[in-house]
Design a protein around this ligand. Structure first.
Ligand SMILES: C[S@@+](CC[C@H](N)C(=O)[O-])C[C@H]1O[C@@H](n2cnc3c(N)ncnc32)[C@H](O)[C@@H]1O
Length: 318
């Protein structure tokens, strides 16, 4: 991996670990692409179904400027390659949508995109821009998260459909979806090959899957697990297990074995948070914004992939 600020931070912590001032990076699972036993992991994926999980304090909205810009760019490229007939209706699915924070931002990006005279409007079947109807669907295994997402959509009059369902057995027809996004979810999955076979089945030929996830590096262990989760307890419950984080090489391997072709290397980019000025962070902390939303600022794209990264793939036409 290239030497970046993030990788230097990781090495500093590893040096501290060698003199016992920090814990060692956990030993990875022997094969991240095997079907793993949930009982072997410390992650608690049930936190999203408990009353305690507060989406507004999760910090996930801070990812929106970087991730939604990236997802929209790939979506535009896909739509512009289609014939008028093929682009009459475009279905976009957010896998593991939680409370809908990312798909709501996609809804807003489509709604506020105007080309020439045409204005995008909401219809019963989705967002219509004069040529294309965009159908937006969020799916998550957590009933409570989907209830929250539905309430938010209702109160803001958004045309997004929400479904309770499992990534491993997506309730969509074969070859029916034009674009899937999956944000901060792959690092929660125990069976990536099963998830990707379900994703590949659902996508139309040449349709795209774009995602962001957390890389499995020393830096991501020390910053997201040791400091944020274990020491500061800034995340609710055992939100993450470092051994479930996924490297780009692993994601590319599981994509290829399911007939999905990774996008070009230049589209593999990192994502990192900004940090608020201390007075701003203190003010936000004192006014109850929660630790993550107070200290961290909006995420940005970067070449440094030592924490998170984004990439995409397309379904190969057979
Ligand atoms: C960190 S949250 C991300 C939520 C949302 N994508 C966002 O970024 O705002 C992870 C989400 O993945 C969902 N999830 C985990 N395993 C899943 C599965 N097998 N099928 C569907 N959703 C799943 C969880 O319920 C949770 O809502």
């Amino acid at each position: 991996m290239a030497i970046t600020l993030g990788s230097i931070v990781g090495r500093i912590f590893e040096a501290l670990s060698s003199i016992r001032l920090a814990p060692p990076v956990p030993t990875p699972f022997p094969d991240r692409l095997a079907a793993l036993d949930p009982a072997e992991s410390t992650i608690d994926n049930d936190i999203y179904d408990t009353q305690a999980f507060d989406w507004s304090r999760s910090g996930l909205e801070l990812l929106n400027p970087a991730r939604v810009g990236y997802f929209m760019d790939k979506l535009h490229r896909r739509v512009s390659s289609l014939s008028p007939d093929e682009k009459r209706e475009i279905t976009i699915v957010d896998l593991g949508c939680g409370a809908g924070l990312a798909i709501e931002a996609i809804h807003s990006a489509i709604l506020h995109a105007s080309s020439g005279e045409s204005r995008v409007r909401q219809t019963d079947s989705g967002l219509f821009d004069g040529t294309t109807t965009y159908k937006l669907i969020g799916i998550d295994v957590s009933t409570r998260s989907i209830d929250t997402a539905r309430q938010r959509a209702l109160s803001r009059s958004l045309s997004i459909d929400y479904v309770v369902g499992d990534i491993y057995s997506l309730p969509f027809a074969t070859s029916s979806v034009d674009a899937i996004i999956c944000s901060d979810v792959l690092e929660h999955l125990f069976d990536l090959p099963l998830a990707f076979s379900s994703i590949a089945r659902t996508l139309k030929p040449n349709a795209i899957f774009s995602f962001d996830t957390i890389n499995r590096t020393p830096t991501s262990y020390y910053l997201t697990i040791w400091i944020l989760q274990d020491i500061l307890r800034a995340m609710q419950g055992d939100a993450h297990d470092h051994r479930l984080y996924v490297t780009p090489q692993e994601v590319h391997a599981v994509m290829r074995s399911n007939g999905l072709k990774p996008g070009p290397e230049r589209d593999l980019v990192g994502m990192r948070p900004g940090v608020n000025w201390p007075p701003v962070a203190l003010y936000r902390l004192m006014t109850g914004a929660g630790f993550i939303n107070s200290v961290l600022a909006e995420f940005r794209l970067t070449r440094d992939m030592s924490i998170s990264y984004l990439h995409w793939c397309e379904k190969v036409q057979t």
